[in-house]
Each structure stands twice: as C-alpha cells, then as structure tokens.
Design a protein around this ligand. Structure first.
Ligand SMILES: [Zn+2]
Ligand SMILES: [Zn+2]
Length: 363
C-alpha cells in the first residue's frame, strides 16, 4: 500500500510503497477514503514542530474498517469511521471526568502504537505515524480507540473534515467558550478552523460575528459561513475595528484560529471587560506572547486555550455529523478543492497560499 512520508523537514512528501503489519490486539485496520490537508501537518513539514522522522503525516480523515485485532469492541469490519487524533484510554483521570482530549493514560510515544512498536516499514526502517494514525496513506493500522463510527450516509470528504477542523472550530465555541445566543464574537484567521468558529458562533445564535483575516477571499468565505462583519487585518487595526463595531466595548468572545504571538495579544485586547479570549490554533513550540496581565485583572478578562475544540470525540463526532446532515452546519462549502493522492504536495502549496478553505485528498 502507498503512504506519503516526510523524511526531512522542508522537503516534499514522498508517496511510496510501504510494508504494513496487520492489526495487533486492540488495533484496527482502516481503508482511508478521504483525508484533509491541515496546517498542523504543515507545521511538521516546515519544521515548526520538530518530531522524529520519517513519519506518515495526516490526522483529519475518514474510512472503512477492514479488520480488527483481538479484544476490539468499539468498531467492526464495515463500519464507517472518523479518526480522532487524540487517544481515549477510558481509565485515566481526564477520561473519567469527560475531558478525554487531555487523556494521559498512555506513556508511549505519540507516533507509534500503544505498545511503542511501529506497524509501517520501508527498506527495513520503521516509519512513524503522526498522532498514532498517519492518515496520508491508503490504509492505516492504529489503536481502535482512535476510531469513532459514524452514519454511513455521510459523504467521505465531509466525513474527513469531522476529524479536525470542524470539531476544533465549532467545539471552541460550543464546548469551550459556551457562547450564548445574542453574544458578540470575533475570530482571527479564516482558514478551515476559523470558518468553523464562524459557523459555530452562528449555530450558537451569536448576534454579531466579526471575522478578520489578511486575505480578501477568506473574508468572502467567512461571510458565506455567517460572519456579519469582516476586517481585513492587512489594512485595518483589528482591535480598533472590533471596538468600532461594538460601541467601544469589544466583543464578549474572541477566538485566535491562527495560534501566533501577535494574535494571542489581539484577542485579549479585543474582548470586552468580563470577556473570554480563546486560543484555538496551535502555535509553534517556540512562540511566546507579550500579553498585558493588568488588563486581565482590571477587566476581569479570561484567556484560555482549547485543544480539539474541547470535544469528546466518542460523543461529539456523532452530534456534529447529525448537525451536518441536517444542514445546520455547512461542510460542503468548506471543501474548495479535492486532490488525488499523488497531488498531495500541490495540496500543501495551495494551503500555504490561502487559496482554499479546505483541500481534501480522495483515495
Ligand atoms: Zn488538523
Ligand atoms: Zn485517558
């Protein structure tokens, strides 16, 4: 079977044949049907996140279970599944309190199986799998706990997006910030995650949804997804623009879908006293942000982070799938490009130009 391997940062992915060992106890093999092209993969390609290589990247995907190892109870052959990029041991403190995104029940490296061994080899060398899944591959063997079955009528490219950008963006609004009807919201960054923050805010009933980005085409996408106002951050000051649109106060909620040093400061400055600023996009490991803590005290502002939209994949993938099938969230408009597997490097090139809302590889 073929997989896209990163051998060295800042070099193209190599789509090559690899040897795959079948599922061991607690594992499953999935035929991948679609996989999204996400900035988190790009962070590894460009060296922002230094992880051991060679590695098969990809973490936003859906497919069909082909076979399972001993002791697997949550999925069976024929199931349509979405990959979760976080484990869920079911036994640790965080799993027990319903915050499985923070699961710390496994001590082995996050790029191998739970027993620490690898299922992929090429030329005798172990190949790692991003987030224990590595979905830029025709077939994936992974821990079965990373898989969540979903409704079979969901189209594959749409189902794939349920693995990262949709839950991260919508969950940031509904699960982390718990935005209430009538609230005012600003989101910075209108890529795959930011657009889902916008539609999460619309789903929650926010009355004012301000979207900011450097690119005019992305602001156009944001308006399609429910933004009531847009700010081009290239030509306008975001904090000033937000204040003008909110009677000088700032918004009740602000989301940073980029994950940068400047954007972390901007969201904290953009929220009103008593407001909640949330970092959604994942910064590079080296990023530090010069926030002004005094504003947090005088203004009783909250700054928090959310990982994977603070969702519970086993529950929320199904909830989001139902919302999508009822057309209460829009997955179709997110997919501006589809690619064949061997066009994957072109997918990353277009991701970095900002030309697409989301690109999806179809297998
Ligand atoms: Zn992602
Ligand atoms: Zn756990």
């Amino acid at each position: 079977m073929k997989a896209a391997i990163l051998y060295k940062a800042n070099t193209p992915l190599e789509v090559v044949d690899v040897q795959q060992q079948g599922p061991q106890g607690g594992e499953a093999r999935v035929r991948v049907k679609a996989a999204g092209v996400c900035h988190s993969d790009w962070h590894i390609i460009n060296g922002d996140w230094t992880l051991p290589l060679p590695m098969v990247l990809g973490h936003e995907a859906a497919g069909i279970v082909e076979d399972v190892g001993a002791g697997v109870g949550n999925v069976k052959p024929g199931d349509h599944v979405i990959f979760s990029f976080r484990p869920q041991c079911g036994r640790c403190l965080y799993c027990s309190i319903g915050r499985s995104i923070l699961c710390d029940g496994h001590q082995t490296a996050r790029w191998a199986m739970l027993d620490g061994t690898c299922r992929l080899k090429r030329d005798g060398q172990d190949i790692f799998q991003m987030a224990r899944i590595g979905t830029f591959a025709e077939s994936v063997v992974c821990p079965a706990e990373m898989l969540v079955p979903i409704r079979k009528e969901m189209p594959w490219p749409q189902a794939a997006l349920m693995g990262c950008c949709v839950p991260t963006g919508v969950g940031a609004v509904t699960r982390c910030a718990e935005v209430e009807a009538g609230a005012t919201v600003v989101v910075i960054g209108c890529g795959g995650v930011g657009l889902n923050v916008v539609q999460g805010a619309k789903l929650a009933g926010a009355k004012t949804i301000i979207a900011a980005d450097l690119l005019e085409n992305k602001l156009g996408y944001a308006r399609e997804f429910g933004a009531t106002h847009t700010i081009n951050a290239k030509t306008e000051d975001v904090v000033k623009g937000v204040q003008e649109l909110t009677g000088g106060l700032g918004t009740d909620y602000a989301f940073d879908a980029i994950g940068g040093d400047k954007t972390a400061v901007t969201i904290l400055d953009a929220v009103a006293p008593g407001g909640h600023a949330v970092i959604v996009g994942i910064p590079s490991f080296a990023t530090r942000a010069p926030i002004a803590p005094v504003a947090m005290v005088y203004g009783e502002k909250t700054l928090s982070g959310t990982y994977y939209g603070s969702i519970r994949p086993a529950i929320d993938f199904g909830v989001l799938a139902d919302l999508a099938m009822d057309k209460r969230i829009d997955l179709d408009s997110l997919i501006s490009r589809t690619y064949k597997f061997d066009e994957i490097n072109e997918g990353f090139r277009l991701l970095t130009t900002g030309a697409v809302a989301r690109g999806v590889i179809q297998f």
